[in-house]
Design a binder for this molecule. Structure first.
Ligand SMILES: [Ca+2]
Length: 547
């Protein structure tokens, strides 16, 4: 069980014990701890491989004149209680999740127009999951990501109408990381409930710097809505329960705030988890003119704005990477980059050969970037296994050394990706993943079983994408037909039957979980109510404060 293939991560603790000769074991251990091989101990699962027998073996070779008892105690401590390690022993975690950028909206994925040199760096310098899937829209992905289970099991079947609210019964990834000793911060879009009891500061985040609803300035009846008249430039942001007027473009504001908080954590003595969730490039496509200008004349005016928003995000990612290097946090920080659903705007220019986009059950609706950069610990390379957003929770919990309660273990449907991060060809048993776009009309859940849905395994995808919700399955052989052009259901009835049976069981299981279907929200958006308490009736930006 080697831990990574890159420089500095070659031996497991057991191998180190075996490698050290009888006369030099203690010295070898000292070298192992001080040298890059130390990275082998950073995964808690690798530490778990350091059995008590290893420790006894180690101690039996420790000459008193070579090693002090304190070192022995330190080794024992690191072995037995990973959650109590000093700062730096476990990686800081930065999870960047962009909004409505698709898999094809990256130059490293072959986009012929868009340039994303800094996101490409994350791709080139880390592990990347090439068959990684999210939900087809915003709140559902965030719900699944933060709980490790399908969004419908959290009651999230839409992005508005109270149906974006994450059930209060779920335990979030932030809560788990916090319990493992991490400081936690969110910067950007939450979109899992705008009522104060549902804000991220009640769901495990120490630091909260967010806009409301699914985007800056959005307003809907009920609870889902941002500060009145809010805009992408100089937005008003909810910071730990109070609104703050900011200056600049929204994505710049979120990255700047995250970096400021991150800098304060350097001396706090605890590892940190930054959940960095810019609302770009979600519509409205408001973008600084200089970024739009990079693409004007090369694509349609709308795509030029969309690409400009991504170019701005890319510059911010570059700023973040430069700061990590400047602060010498590079090797202590795992940076993960993902997008939250299929492209909203870029499919006409480049969609990586896929069918579908945001809000559809096709591969183009769910396939996402998934870059994992941890210099010195993770080598670069592709991982082809079928993976998903629900896998992030158990993966980060394992890397953080978090102890999951039985209740949380039952909640999580995803699998830890740690075995694949260590060895991209590690055994990865067959699995099925379900996509359902949701968004049915109020009260229509029971009749919407076949409304824009799909179920897949590593090879096949069974899709039902009918406007009337009638059952008309189509089957696609993905390796042979990645663009999903040829329905082969008639040729493979046994595959249809197998996947449909799994889909039926899944649908039956989710129906009792849909707790938001008949919910009625408050008469006034909570963000607006709070804003007006703080500032009176003035608008945060535009003239439509009373929407
Ligand atoms: Ca989105």
């Amino acid at each position: 069980m080697a831990v990574g293939q890159g420089a500095g991560a070659r031996f497991t603790p057991r191998q180190l014990v075996r490698l050290a000769g009888r006369d030099g074991r203690a010295v070898a251990w000292l070298i192992a701890l001080a040298a890059p091989g130390w990275a082998a101990l950073r995964f808690p699962s690798a530490r778990a491989a350091l059995h008590s027998s290893d420790v006894k073996l180690l101690l039996s070779f420790l000459p008193a004149r070579c090693l002090t008892l304190s070192l022995a105690a330190a080794v024992l401590t690191a072995t037995a209680t990973p959650a109590a390690e000093p700062s730096g022993a476990r990686p800081n975690l930065i999870l960047i999740l962009t909004d409505d950028q698709g898999y094809g909206d990256l130059s490293c994925h072959g986009n012929p127009i868009l340039k994303t040199p800094n996101l490409d760096r994350l791709h080139d310098e880390g592990r990347r999951f090439t068959d990684f899937h999210v939900s087809p829209t915003c709140a559902p992905t965030r719900s699944a990501l933060l709980t490790g289970r399908h969004e419908f099991k959290n009651g999230v079947t839409h992005t508005i109408h109270e149906r974006e609210r994450l059930t209060l019964k779920a335990t979030t990834l932030a809560e788990v990381l916090k319990s493992a000793g991490y400081r936690t911060g969110i910067f950007g879009k939450w979109h899992l409930g705008d009522e104060p009891e549902r804000w991220p500061d009640k769901r495990g985040f120490d630091e909260m710097f967010i806009h409301g609803a699914g985007g800056i300035g959005q307003t809907f009846p009920g609870s889902c809505g941002d500060a009145p008249g809010n805009r992408y430039f100089d937005p008003v942001i909810l910071h730990n329960g109070r609104f703050e007027r900011t200056t600049g473009y929204c994505s710049d504001v979120f990255f700047t705030q995250a970096l400021q908080w991150l800098e304060t954590q350097r001396s706090a003595g605890k590892p940190f988890f930054v959940y960095l969730t810019p609302n770009a490039p979600h519509a409205p496509l408001d973008v600084p003119p200089e970024y739009e200008a990079r693409y004007t004349g090369k694509v349609s005016p709308m795509v030029a704005k969309f690409y400009g928003m991504i170019a701005n995000l890319d510059d911010n990612v570059g700023r973040l990477l430069a700061k990590l290097a400047e602060w010498k946090l590079d090797r202590d920080t795992l940076v993960i980059f993902m997008n939250d659903n299929g492209t909203a705007t870029g499919e006409g220019v480049f969609n990586a050969g896929m069918r579908g986009k945001k809000g559809t059950p096709w591969i183009g609706g769910t396939r996402a970037a998934s870059f994992w950069r941890w210099p010195g610990t993770l080598a670069s390379g592709d991982i082809a296994a079928l993976t998903a957003q629900v896998d992030v929770f158990p993966t980060l919990a394992e890397i953080a050394g978090a102890q999951l309660t039985p209740q949380v273990t039952r909640q999580v449907e995803g699998r830890s990706l740690v075995p694949l991060l260590k060895e991209p060809r590690a055994p990865w048993p067959e699995r099925t993943l379900v996509t359902h776009v949701g968004r049915w009309d109020r009260g229509q859940a029971a009749g919407s079983k076949y409304l824009h849905c799909s179920i897949r395994n590593a090879r096949w995808q069974l899709v039902c994408d009918t406007k009337d919700g009638a059952k008309r399955w189509q089957l696609f052989d993905l390796p042979a037909d990645p663009g999903e052009k040829t329905d082969v259901a008639a040729e493979h009835p046994e595959v249809v039957r197998e996947l449909e049976t799994a889909y039926d069981a899944w649908w039956t299981a989710i129906l009792p979980c849909l707790e938001n279907e008949d919910a009625t929200g408050p008469a006034v958006n909570p963000f607006k109510e709070l804003f007006r308490k703080q500032f009176g009736r003035e608008s945060s930006g535009s003239t439509n404060a009373n929407r």
